[in-house]
Design a protein around this ligand. Structure first.
Ligand SMILES: NC(=O)C1=CN([C@@H]2O[C@H](COP(=O)(O)OP(=O)(O)OC[C@H]3O[C@@H](n4cnc5c(N)ncnc54)[C@H](O)[C@@H]3O)[C@@H](O)[C@H]2O)C=CC1
Ligand SMILES: CCCCCC(=O)/C=C/C=C/C=C/C=C/[C@@H](O)[C@@H](O)CCCC(=O)O
Length: 261
């Protein structure tokens, strides 16, 4: 899929990985809606990106992705403003082992909601023109660590859900590609949360293990994750792929046993 002239919606696009992805999409002449609960960073980021790429290419909608009605409204507003929808990146995520129910809502339930809403606007089943969905998981889904039990569970969930929906898309002829992206450690504000009892609860005592892992595996830049994301967006041969991005192997894909049925 060529990105030029396409319309994208990115959740959690006000900072970190999401912001880098939004910037890359704009560089490639897409129209983009950022859906993020943080009004200050959303508006600040829009001001900067409008200066760089010109006004009229980027919309910011303040929205907590856990609020299903507000998220539905954000999708509709995007289509109303830009005319259609082609690319949805379900990226918003948090680290909160203390309030782990909230973390499941943000990291997994909202990715499911975002995928279903994306299909309403892009699937041939709904009379639309097709598109691509990327759900952000993590390398945490592949490596055990003692400090992130529920975060890890949500990221496993994102992969399982994404792979099944990719198969459903083929069987149902949705015309929508659905892929997952799993970054290793990335230099964003999220990483600071592992030091805080407010985020980690009793698992904060493992923070030195966490730092040890970061030193061992290295920390990536958000722009490199955006590069991987663009490959998932543009390569029409990819559906159900699980992309991994690490310092040691760069951008690569997880391989699975073929299905038994
Ligand atoms: N930074 C890292 O090392 C890694 C991050 N990831 C995943 O990448 C994604 C993005 O993470 P980062 O950019 O690092 O985080 P970040 O904390 O820098 O940015 C996350 C963005 O999501 C927004 N957000 C959070 N909760 C929200 C909600 N309920 N509704 C709407 N917006 C919300 C925040 O306001 C923020 O702008 C997450 O899913 C994260 O789990 C995956 C692997 C590694
Ligand atoms: C909770 C906030 C921080 C979230 C951190 C997170 O989601 C990421 C965890 C990342 C772990 C990264 C590990 C990378 C390992 C590779 O370098 C390699 O050794 C393993 C390669 C396995 C493969 O097949 O690629």
């Amino acid at each position: 899929m060529a990105v030029n002239g396409k319309v994208a919606l990115v959740t959690g696009g006000a900072q970190g990985i999401g912001r880098a992805v939004v910037r890359t999409l704009l560089q490639n002449s897409a129209k983009v809606t950022v859906v993020d609960m943080n009004k200050d960073s959303g508006e600040g980021s829009k001001t900067e990106l409008d200066k760089e790429f010109g006004e009229g290419n980027l919309a910011f909608i303040q929205c907590d992705v856990r609020d299903g009605a507000a998220l539905r409204d954000a999708f509709q507003k995007t289509v109303d403003k830009f005319g259609h929808l082609d690319i949805v990146i379900n990226n918003a995520g948090i680290n909160n082992e203390k309030n782990w129910e909230k973390m499941i809502e943000v990291n997994l339930t909202s990715v499911i909601k975002g995928t279903y809403l994306a299909l309403e606007h892009m699937s041939k089943e709904h009379g639309k023109q097709g598109g691509t969905i990327i759900n952000v998981s993590s390398m945490a889904a592949f490596l055990h660590s003692p400090h992130q039990p529920v975060y890890t569970a949500t990221k496993h969930g994102v992969i399982g859900f994404t792979r099944v929906m990719a198969d459903a898309s083929i069987r149902g002829d949705y015309g929508v590609r659905i892929n997952a992206l799993c970054p290793g450690f990335v230099d964003t504000p999220l990483l600071q949360s592992v030091e805080l009892e407010d985020n980690m609860g009793k698992f904060v005592k493992f923070k030195d293990d966490f730092k040890h892992s970061m030193n061992k595996f290295g920390v990536l830049q958000p722009s490199f994750i955006a590069e991987g994301m663009m490959r998932l967006v543009t390569d029409s041969g990819l559906n159900g792929a699980v992309m991994k991005i690490t310092c040691s192997k760069g951008i690569h894909f997880h391989t699975y046993e073929p299905m038994s049925v």
